[in-house]
Design a protein around this ligand. Sequence first.
Ligand SMILES: [Zn+2]
Ligand SMILES: [Zn+2]
Ligand SMILES: [Zn+2]
Length: 306
Amino acid sequence: MCEPVGHGHSHGHGGAATAGARHRTPLLIAFALTAAYMLVELVVGLATGSLALLSDAAHMGTDLLGLGMALAAIILAQASAHPQRTFGTYRLEVLAALANGVLLFGVAGYVLFEAWQRLTSPPEVPGLPMLMVAVVGLIVNLISFRLLMAGAKESLNVKGAYLEVFSDMLGSVGVIVAAIIIFTTGWRYADPLIGAGIGLFILPRTWRLTAQALRILMEVAPAGLDVDEVQDRILRLPGVAGVHDLHIWTVTSGLETASGHVVLAEDADLHAVLDRVTTLLAEEYHVTHATIQCEPASHEDHVNPI
Ligand SMILES: [Zn+2]
Ligand SMILES: [Zn+2]
Ligand SMILES: [Zn+2]
């Protein structure tokens, strides 16, 4: 793009922290807590044969992977200076979210299958150890939940981890309910039924997280941003005679990008038009990195593939 000399904007995309980067410490603490608790749940789950505990442990395991991938992606995205990777490794965050979603689909499928198998003859499960483990789990989840709440609004990865911790919290409540039913009435079906319930509960939020990652990878415009409206707003700016080749996409959560061609009106001031367009994009639509090609009306594009 041709910028007038003295057009003083700063190109700050290289060192800009993505939304995920600011929430590394809470993620780290949640990771350690979840790891410790998953081991306890797994050991007690295996010792008692409780499907509710095992499915909750499996879900905790995917949480752990999710938190781990979120952490790795954020750390890698920060240390990614390389002349060939002009976008750094920001997209790793998105790939991590997608892998996490696929993994959760697998876990939910396994738990549902196992519950189906057990419903014909539910094994006897001791209620008291289930209850104790689940109560500890609820406390661990409450702590992680609080830690991740702030970051969930900004980063897709933190949001993914947060949603999982939230569903784990409900999972712990489910295990507590199953344990109390078994403890007081001895009704064996409570365990596989609650186990299946935890499996089912994971599915809708897993779908949303996966869909959001796919949107970014398919370069769909950010949710809630109407590209036609943006085009129209640019067209109505003073000095603009036309807009074409407008693309708006997300590099990673919190990093929105646009490129487009703006045809200058007769006698329009290039510098003023450029500033109006970039200001509109940044302030109204949070598109902070825009590449705008300003063209004189007589200019003809070589190619116009997309
Ligand atoms: Zn510039
Ligand atoms: Zn730039
Ligand atoms: Zn053009």
